[in-house]
Design a protein around this ligand. Structure first.
Ligand SMILES: NC(=O)c1ccc[n+]([C@@H]2O[C@H](COP(=O)([O-])OP(=O)(O)OC[C@H]3O[C@@H](n4cnc5c(N)ncnc54)[C@H](O)[C@@H]3O)[C@@H](O)[C@H]2O)c1
Length: 327
């Protein structure tokens, strides 16, 4: 039995492929390399194709015994989704519907979905648990919400079993130094800080200093990408053994403000970060913190790498490596 990983050449997908292979799973990576990178592939069979083109992956299901699908392949920029919602609705929804259609044709009924904390919208309680009301308000978050609703209907109607993993802020890099974040454009805090320190960015912009938090900057829950990847292996194993659909948060229940991350990064690198203060970005909420109780209880998940120092250290090692490779 093989596991199809759609989007396995991307940031989180590539770390998950590495963990799946370590745990003895046979992996097929399906990716269009729109944001994914060949250098992030550490094993498994690779099929290049696009989820918007069903024929490009229908044959993969016909020619392999696929037992489950992990679906990472989506557009991920919240800001862009406001400016071009059509692109997000077309891409993220149609690619997911296509994938589910071909899975059902092939009678593959185990699905692990990359969802997001964005499905919750503005939190009513902190930490956010899975039963928190879902009020997504940006097009990106809405695409994740709609896919979750589709999954529930497909479970009821066709017996498709799924685990939807709602990630908080993925950060850090493979502790062995082989994988890391390479988004272009980069919209995430830590890589932007590190790329600025490495001279790859002219400025570092701090968005929003008037949030109702202790220092005025937004507080987020940073989860190390390897811990996130390990949660996928546990979720897949759970799905294959229990055939029970679930929604599960992946976060740490601990938050850091942007200023705290800046100070920690300055402390670790010994370099001063001069930043420009900018207005809040549209849709940014003051605080996002996950309850991790369900992931711990249901999956037996533990955090190994998600302390902030390890996140910064692994990301720094990765970014230094890719920047030095360029010169
Ligand atoms: N990075 C985060 O902090 C975060 C937080 C919450 C949720 N997520 C979700 O996790 C998933 C992975 O995020 P990431 O940061 O690794 O993104 P990424 O852009 O690095 O990876 C996405 C991968 O999917 C591929 N892809 C995109 N569209 C495709 C298509 N139509 N057909 C085939 N391949 C396609 C890309 O080439 C890339 O390899 C996404 O679904 C994202 O919404 C990420």
């Amino acid at each position: 039995m093989k596991i199809l990983v759609a989007g396995g050449a991307g940031y989180i997908g590539s770390h998950t492929v590495k963990e799946l292979i370590k745990d003895g799973f046979e992996v097929i990576i399906f990716d269009n390399f729109s944001t994914g990178k060949k250098e992030l592939i550490t094993g498994g069979e690779v099929v290049e194709g696009d989820l918007l083109d069903k024929e490009s992956f229908r044959k993969v299901f016909k020619s392999h015994n696929i037992g489950a699908v992990l679906h990472f392949a989506s557009l991920i920029q919240v800001g862009e989704s406001y400016v071009n919602p059509q692109k997000y609705y077309l891409h993220n929804l149609i690619s997911s519907l296509n994938l589910l259609e071909v899975m059902l044709e092939a009678e593959v009924k185990n699905f692990v979905f990359s969802s997001s904390a964005a499905v919750y919208g503005i939190p009513e309680q902190i930490p956010i648990c899975e039963s928190h009301p879902l009020n997504p308000f940006n097009p990106y978050g809405l695409t994740k919400y709609f896919v979750e609703k589709i999954l529930q209907d497909y479970d009821r109607a066709y017996g498709l079993k799924f685990i939807s993993l709602r990630y908080f802020n993925a950060a850090g890099a493979d502790p062995e130094g082989n994988l890391g974040e390479m988004h272009e454009p980069e919209t995430h805090l830590l890589p932007n800080l590190l790329l600025f320190l490495l001279g790859e960015k002219e400025n570092f912009d701090l968005f929003g200093v008037d949030f109702p938090t202790s220092d005025g900057t937004a507080v987020r829950d940073y989860i190390h990408v390897t811990d996130l990847a390990k949660a996928h292996v546990l979720a897949l194993t759970k799905l294959l053994t229990s055939s029970q659909s679930e929604f599960i948060n992946l976060g740490t229940n601990k938050g850091y403000s942007v200023l705290e991350i800046i100070k920690k990064t300055e402390g670790f690198t010994g370099r001063k970060i001069h930043y420009r203060t900018m207005p809040k970005r549209r849709g940014d909420v003051p605080v996002l913190l996950a309850s991790k109780e369900k992931a711990e209880k249901l999956l037996g998940w533990h955090l190994y790498y998600s302390n902030i120092e390890t996140i910064i250290e692994t990301a720094w090692n990765w970014h230094k490596k890719i920047v030095s490779r360029k010169s």
